[in-house]
Design a protein around this ligand. Structure first.
Ligand SMILES: NC(=O)c1ccc[n+]([C@@H]2O[C@H](COP(=O)([O-])OP(=O)(O)OC[C@H]3O[C@@H](n4cnc5c(N)ncnc54)[C@H](OP(=O)(O)O)[C@@H]3O)[C@@H](O)[C@H]2O)c1
Length: 498
């Protein structure tokens, strides 16, 4: 393989940002900053991967000094056990009190930033309703361009609420920032196991010949959560699991599984191929939504011996809500490689366990040569475990030792933990470092995001117009309603038992 095009080499984060840079976090007193951003930044700092001259400016409304802000960060970072460099890391942290909606707050920010270097990364870790004011005010304060440095902006998910609003948001941001300055984050893409999908496919010669409609029967993608809405009922009411998980994370997993190999490994070549997959997915007609999708809510019940509320009893949820906490759907990429191969997606809250995986089901052997014993023969399944047991396993049939000639499926497993002996880094570490380095491969481009919305829009429209009240319920700790099983049963298939 040509060394210059080796994705393994390109994906190895053995890089450090050598420039000076300032990261401005809008929403610096929020949950995301405390749980994800600061721990990831501190970890990068401890690995000497941040620029030599690196500053962090936290922006939020609550009155506090930089000193108080640093103490707060110290209180949640010191448990991370990363050694004794916390004081040094914190010395780079500053606080700017301001309101996103006020232009003068950004003028004040600009003054503060003038003391630091020219390279700036703005991170919008804020409620999505605030994106437009922040972008406008950054533009007005002339913070979107700089002489002699780079300016980039990271935008959190959810990006838009439907196809129309995501398009409007893209056009709005484009008035202030160029597309190559915009980094739409989907933290799934920062996961090692997600990046490994392409390495697995493209760095190994044996899978490419069978990675197509001739050998693959269907693909299942599961994103299961054991938790419920966890106090975020009000947010979830506006979102639902189709928007929250399918539109971004699951369609990204589908793209990486189904895409053609890019001709080079640069950001646009990779994203071009993902867009082609999204564009190839057969549009779901309104009159097909009922047959090709499932929606349901979790009912109250006992999980691990503890009584849990149903979705309709959660705080912030309308007792007559028709927001779905579970969905399953069937999609068809209508392209040369995958024509006729269904991709089944399912995701839900309060399912039996937390697991994300992609399973490729291969077609049966051409002849049932083992007669009656062939009933024990199961299809070969290749499973890419994204989380939590990161790894890959291949199921194949084997003869049970003994005279009877029985056949039983067995698995061949690879586990990251045992093979590499290290835990994979957090996704935010990878993505923050990439943004500092100007590598947008793992970020979503405008057309990618809009095409993903286009796929789910007919479902959203149908569900909005035909509100089922009450929505079908499923028992917590189960794999969703009976309709989910029926979706596959119609074609003689079944969901993988996890
Ligand atoms: N939390 C997560 O795990 C997670 C995961 C994935 C994506 N996200 C996304 O990340 C974003 C942030 O989520 P979050 O959970 O961190 O939200 P959050 O806890 O509600 O934090 C919001 C932040 O915005 C600040 N803020 C709100 N209005 C402001 C204004 N007018 N001017 C200045 N600051 C203002 C708040 O600070 P003050 O109150 O001090 O002003 C706070 O720091 C959202 O888009 C969310 O969807 C979050």
């Amino acid at each position: 393989m040509n060394g210059d095009k080796n994705p393994l080499r390109e994906l190895t984060p053995s890089r450090s940002a050598s420039d000076s840079a300032t990261l401005v976090i809008f929403g610096a007193t929020g949950d995301l900053t405390a749980r994800k951003l600061m721990p990831a930044l501190y970890s990068l700092f401890c690995q000497d991967l941040l620029p030599g001259d690196f500053k962090i400016v936290g922006f939020a409304r609550r009155p506090k000094t930089s000193e108080i802000f640093r103490n707060e960060i110290a209180s949640y970072l010191q448990n991370l056990n990363k050694g004794s460099r916390l004081d040094s890391f914190l010395s780079a942290v500053h606080y700017h009190r301001g309101d996103y909606t006020l232009a003068e707050s950004h003028v004040g920010l600009k003054k503060k930033l003038e003391k630091f270097g020219h390279n700036r990364l703005f991170y919008l870790a804020t409620p999505p309703s605030q994106y437009e004011s922040i972008i406008t005010n950054l533009g007005t304060a002339q913070l979107a361009a700089t002489a002699g440095g780079w300016i980039r902006v990271i935008i959190e998910k959810p990006f838009g609420h439907d196809v129309k609003r995501s398009g409007e948001l893209n056009r709005f941001i484009a008035r202030v920032f160029n597309e190559n300055q915009i980094y739409r984050i989907d933290h799934y893409l920062g996961k090692e196991t997600v990046q490994n999908i392409l390495v697995f496919r493209l760095a190994n010669g044996i899978f490419e010949p069978i990675w197509n409609r001739r050998y693959v029967d269907h693909v299942q993608i599961t994103v299961a959560e054991k938790v419920g809405v966890e106090g975020r009922g009000r947010f979830f009411e506006e979102t639902g699991i189709l928007r929250d998980i399918v539109q971004n994370h699951m369609l990204q997993l589908l793209c990486l599984t189904a895409m053609e190999p890019p001709s080079t490994f640069d950001a646009n070549a990779v994203r071009d191929e993902k867009v082609k997959v999204l564009q190839s997915i057969r549009a779901i007609e309104i009159d097909q939504v009922e047959n090709t999708t499932v929606r349901a809510q979790y009912a109250a019940g006992s999980m691990d011996g503890i009584m849990k509320k149903g979705y309709l009893q959660e705080e912030g949820v309308d007792p007559l809500s028709s927001t779905e906490t579970f969905t399953a759907l069937q999609l068809y990429p209508d392209n040369w490689r995958w024509a006729g191969v269904p991709f089944y997606l399912r995701t839900g809250k309060r399912l039996p366990k937390r697991v994300t995986e992609i399973s490729i089901y291969f077609k049966d052997a051409p002849l049932k040569i083992f007669g009656k014993r062939a009933d024990d023969v199961k299809p070969n399944v290749l499973t890419l475990n994204i989380q939590p047991d990161e790894g890959i396993s291949l199921r194949f049939d084997s003869k049970v030792p003994g005279q009877g000639g029985k056949i039983r499926p067995v698995t061949m497993d690879f586990r990251y933990g045992t093979s590499f002996g290290v835990d994979p880094p957090d996704a935010y570490e990878r993505l923050l470092l990439d943004a500092l380095l100007g590598d947008s491969t793992l970020f979503t481009r405008a057309d990618e995001s809009e095409n993903a919305w286009r796929i789910i829009q007919p479902i959203l429209d149908y569900w909005q117009n035909y509100k089922k009240k009450p929505l079908p319920q499923y028992n917590i700790g189960t794999w969703g309603p009976a309709e989910a099983a029926k979706l596959l049963k119609r074609s003689g298939r079944r969901w993988r038992r996890l």
